[in-house]
Design a protein around this ligand. Structure first.
Ligand SMILES: *[C@@H]1O[C@H](CO)[C@@H](O)[C@H](O)[C@H]1NC(C)=O
Length: 232
């Protein structure tokens, strides 16, 4: 019963935020520009003149904060000017029951991930010829996805999972792999490369948009946990 209530609460948040997108828009380009041209750290401090300029809140008012299916919230140069020039992104990964982060990579950063809640399975391929590395992250357990490695993760449980992710760039970037094949590469070439199966109009129509960063996982899990998918 508790499960159902948690999922319903998540759905409400998700409905409210269904136009959220995982691509971070720069929230205060003028402040970032002033930080970039500041000569000294003291000059930066006068740009970040209020204490509130030093506080980032990962919780509910962030557009991607939900657990149905979930979302990725980045504290980076785009979302938090004070991060500009500090060489790091801190991210909160929310994965509701049965949700996943689809296969993706970060072009400009290595990625450390530690679980603080739930039970999340991670999968990582570093490059052609590399073996698949699989880990189960329960609270306190962490793994590393080296820069540009392909990785994905799934919460196969019926409880929420939450993880904290640290990346060594303030603009790490994220590329979802599936979307590459349906977002503009010539479809006849993609089909030739991947056995005529990846890029046709039918595949493009079915490709899950980048959305909040999270997708729903397997039908088996959704059935086992009694989760009804929503669009996000
Ligand atoms: C986490 O989930 C996996 C299956 O995905 C299971 O094998 C494992 O026992 C779970 N771990 C805990 C601590 O519940």
């Amino acid at each position: 019963m508790y499960q159902r209530i948690a999922v319903t609460a998540g759905l409400l948040v998700s409905t409210f935020t269904q136009h959220a997108v995982a691509v971070d828009k720069t929230r205060d380009p003028d402040m970032v520009a002033n930080l970039v041209t500041a000569a000294t750290q003291l000059d930066r401090l006068s740009v970040l003149c209020s204490d509130k300029d030093w506080l980032f809140d990962f919780t509910v008012q962030q557009p991607n904060y939900n657990f149905a299916p979930g979302g990725v919230i980045n504290m980076n140069a785009a979302t938090f000017p004070a991060a500009k020039g500090n060489g790091m992104t801190l991210a909160m990964l929310n994965l509701g029951p049965c949700s996943m982060l689809p296969p993706h990579y970060h072009p400009r950063a290595s990625n450390y991930v530690v679980a603080i809640k739930g039970n999340t399975t991670t999968y990582m391929f570093e490059e052609n010829g590399a073996r698949l590395v699989t880990e189960i992250l329960t609270p306190g357990k962490a793994t590393i996805f080296p820069a540009a490695s392909m990785h994905m993760m799934v919460n196969n449980g019926c409880d929420d999972a939450q993880l904290v992710s640290a990346l060594n760039a303030d603009d790490a970037g994220t590329q979802n792999v599936g979307n590459v094949f349906t977002n503009g590469f010539p479809s006849e070439l993609v089909d030739a490369a991947f056995g005529q199966s990846m890029a046709g109009a039918a595949a493009a129509a079915k490709m899950i948009p980048v959305g909040t960063g999270s997708n729903w996982g397997t039908a088996e899990c959704m059935k086992r946990c009694g989760v009804t998918p929503t669009t996000s």
